[in-house]
Design a protein around this ligand. Sequence first.
Ligand code: CIR
Length: 261
Amino acid sequence: MPSVYEFNRAILRRPGSSVVKGLRAGGGPDPVLEDVLAEHAGYERALADAGLTLTVLDPLEEFPDAIFVEDPALVFPEGAILLKPGAPSREAEGQYLRSTLNALFDQVLDLPAGHADGGDVLVLPDKVLIGLSARTDREGADALAALLARLGYKAEVAATPAEVLHLKTASSLVDEETVLSTRALAATGIFDGYRVIEVPAEEEGGANVLRVNDRVIAGAGHRRVLDLLDGHGLKVVALPNSAIAAIDAGFTCMSLRWRAG
Ligand code: CIR
């Protein structure tokens, strides 16, 4: 069985100039457009270097957060799911992915009720965790669990600490048995049965990393997280992400990745 992080395809959307107006929970100034563009281009290159064939979509100026394609949708080899993001300004983003998903997947399912963001969905080898957050409500999480069952995945709904935007803001799968997690999220017990690498308190922003094939993409500014991953024997690709982090982004949310047969 291939691992859940073995991918050969991905969908990304390039940023338009409106990206600097992206939502951010903590306030703060707009990032510099050129920096966001450079970081996004570096991310695109890193996925291509990891061996993925990319479908790169045009910017959507009317949706500043549209580069975060993994919030309005989820993809699996068995099919895609169009979600309904919990932020009102992002609710319609999925409609701009529909034709691409229809062309690339045998089936595209729609979330029938509630709200759910892909950032709250962590695919583990034995189950899919759906985190409840300010973006993902119980109705959406339950509806998503039912859609995942149709695709053959077992899902579990879990609470997440109040201060995190998404479940994957605070956690990532790094190998078959190991997750990287903030202390607060690990303390909820949702990763029981997994080995947990705890992110140091001063680098909680570094908990979102992206395992793709043989490597892990992580933030260049999170030196201690990089050392922990390296010490765990992982091949680490460090990418600058401070401009994109200013609009609350991590590495998982900027692409939809799957293994096409
Ligand atoms: C938002 O607040 O929706 C965007 N500015 C950032 C979304 C990042 N997505 C993610 O962590 N899954």
